[in-house]
Design a binder for this molecule. Structure first.
Ligand SMILES: N[C@@H](CCC[C@H](N)C(=O)O)C(=O)O
Length: 260
């Protein structure tokens, strides 16, 4: 089969995008997805995303990690698929789509910045050493003094596979506070099993966690990730975080065909 694909990236979190409105893609072929995402034997990406038709919304997002398995929500991928849908003429500057964690609204602003509404968060597990919360995907968040010299792959894997998270595992974020409303983070991603240059649900989790533990009182938080900068805004209603938006760039890289 000759497969046409589009490569997108959002702050360095990169994705193979496929227009599957015709339903041609073999969705259960884990080996194929993993091979397409492989950086040596395939196109190379942190994940693969199918854009599909949906009856109620503009489109459906189906997300796979680079290990070939479908997973929970991908925030950067959600921003990238909105840019992809616009390039296909499916949406203009506003989009509504369905993903594994439910309905999402998004807006494309000037210079291609995509603002994506994330799910509300009302359960935050605060511990002495870390915070755990689900922003569409599960995230462990812990503070670090020396973020730049941290062995994120080794430490992240230890936490991801620890008894804390059992079989399901978790994504793991290491955070350093820069100023009142700016944090730097590095993320180990489940399903990629490595550090990625950015994780959108991770940045969202860090922003909400830092507010929840009193590190900031701001409701507009800047996040330095390895591949750029993201912003997360939200409203707080008691223990519930609502109107959560993840904002950042989403860029087309190249289009190609591959035989598979
Ligand atoms: N890169 C993503 C997160 C993708 C899902 C994650 N790897 C998981 O399986 O939990 C993002 O931008 O949110």
């Amino acid at each position: 089969m000759q497969l046409t694909f589009y490569k997108y990236q959002g702050t360095g979190n990169d994705f193979v995008m496929i227009d599957n409105r015709s339903g041609f893609f073999p969705k259960d072929d884990t080996t194929l997805v993993a091979r397409l995402c492989d950086r040596r034997f395939g196109i190379g990406a942190d994940g693969l995303i199918l854009l599909e038709d949906d009856d109620q919304t503009d489109f459906r997002m189906v997300y796979y990690n680079s290990d070939g398995n479908t997973s929970s929500m991908c925030g950067n991928g959600g921003r990238c698929i909105v840019a992809f849908a616009k390039s296909l003429g499916i949406v203009n500057d506003n989009a509504t789509f369905i993903a594994v964690d439910g309905l999402h609204h998004a807006h494309i602003a000037e210079q291609g910045m995509v603002s994506l509404q994330m799910k509300d968060v009302d359960t935050i597990d605060i511990n002495a050493e870390f915070v755990f919360l689900d922003t569409g995907s599960p995230h462990h968040v812990q503070m670090e003094d020396d973020l730049q010299n941290l062995d994120v792959k080794t430490l992240g894997a230890q936490i991801r596979y620890s008894d804390l998270y059992g079989k399901a595992g978790s994504n793991v974020n290491f955070v350093h506070q820069e100023d009142q409303n700016t944090f730097s983070l590095r993320t180990y991603e489940r399903g990629v099993e490595d550090e990625t240059l950015s994780c959108g649900t991770g940045a969202t989790a860090v922003a909400i966690a830092m507010h929840a533990i009193g590190r900031t009182s701001s409701q507009a938080i800047d996040l330095n990730v390895q591949g750029g900068r993201l912003r997360v805004t939200f409203k707080q209603d008691g223990k519930r975080f609502t109107e959560v938006f993840l904002v950042g760039p989403a860029e087309f890289v190249f289009k190609g065909t591959v035989s598979c």
